[in-house]
Design a protein around this ligand. Structure first.
Ligand SMILES: *Cc1c(COP(=O)(O)O)cnc(C)c1O
Length: 254
């Protein structure tokens, strides 16, 4: 992780540039900019990145690992800032995540009923525990979750097959009262500009999921698009772009 306290000096300018590009992509697609949320991804960056996001007044940050998210939340108890998990979650870590990240407002990566069941139980027990007021103040019950869909068919990617998303969404609705299916998430293949079909696929899956849940497609989020392709994703209907390196600079994995 980068440790320089000045590492995020240019954050406001980078953020403004991304917002400008989002606004332009929305305009080109005939969409209102308010229909797309920017989720800054702070993984592999120091907690200063999350603090910069909070200062800029954004709603939430995205983290991809439970341990890293819990550690940062412990030193960044900024009440207004929400946290989203965007990385793969092992079901045996669901409890640690919910307990360790007050202000957890979404798990974007639910891809099995087993995981959903563990998360559901963790939310239930956290809600009934004698946690401090500070801890419970930002606990969202039911916890919004997204169903992660593997739209590219790559084995290395997590997520359910597109054809299995509606069934999983319905099972979560029926069996997990402490979770709320808020939409769908995909990573897709790099270089979407030439391969938009992953994003088109997710938009199609949303229609099936909406039918299964008995809601309108527009009520479900589509989380797709990262630094390299968020403008393309917006054209395909993304409501949530997860942008890391364009805002915070390259991640140091060392
Ligand atoms: C790291 C990550 C991002 C952000 O990637 P950038 O290319 O740095 O914008 C978005 N989504 C997920 C799931 C990630 O793991």
């Amino acid at each position: 992780m980068s440790t320089s306290p000045d590492a995020f000096e240019d954050f406001p300018a980078r953020l403004a540039a991304v917002r400008e590009r989002i606004a332009r992509a929305c305009a080109a697609a005939g969409r209102h900019p308010a229909t797309v949320e920017l989720l800054p991804v702070t993984k592999n960056h120091p907690v200063a990145a999350a603090l910069a996001v909070a200062r800029a007044g954004l709603r939430a940050v995205g983290e991809n690992r439970v341990q890293e998210g819990v550690a940062k939340r412990a030193v960044c108890a900024t009440p207004a800032l929400a946290w989203e998990l965007i990385g793969h979650l092992q079901s045996n870590k669901a409890a640690a995540l919910v307990k360790g990240v007050p202000g957890l407002e979404c798990v974007e990566t639910v891809d099995s009923l087993k995981l959903a069941t563990k998360l559901d139980a963790a939310v239930a027990s956290a809600a009934s525990s004698s946690a401090s007021a500070e801890e419970t103040a930002h606990r969202t019950v039911p916890l919004p979750v997204l169903v992660q869909v593997n739209t590219s068919g790559e084995e290395s990617k997590h997520g359910v097959e597109p054809s299995a998303a509606a069934v999983l969404a319905q099972e979560i609705k029926e069996k997990c009262p402490n979770l709320k299916v808020a939409g769908l998430m995909t990573i897709g293949q790099p270089d979407y500009s030439s391969r938009p079909e992953n994003f088109v696929c997710l938009a199609q899956v949303r229609a099936e999921v909406a039918k299964a849940l008995g809601c309108e497609p527009s009520e479900l989020e589509l989380s797709m698009g990262m630094s390299g392709d968020y403008e393309a994703a917006i054209r395909m209907g993304s409501t949530n772009v997860r942008v890391g390196s364009t805002i915070f600079g390259a991640r140091n994995y060392g």
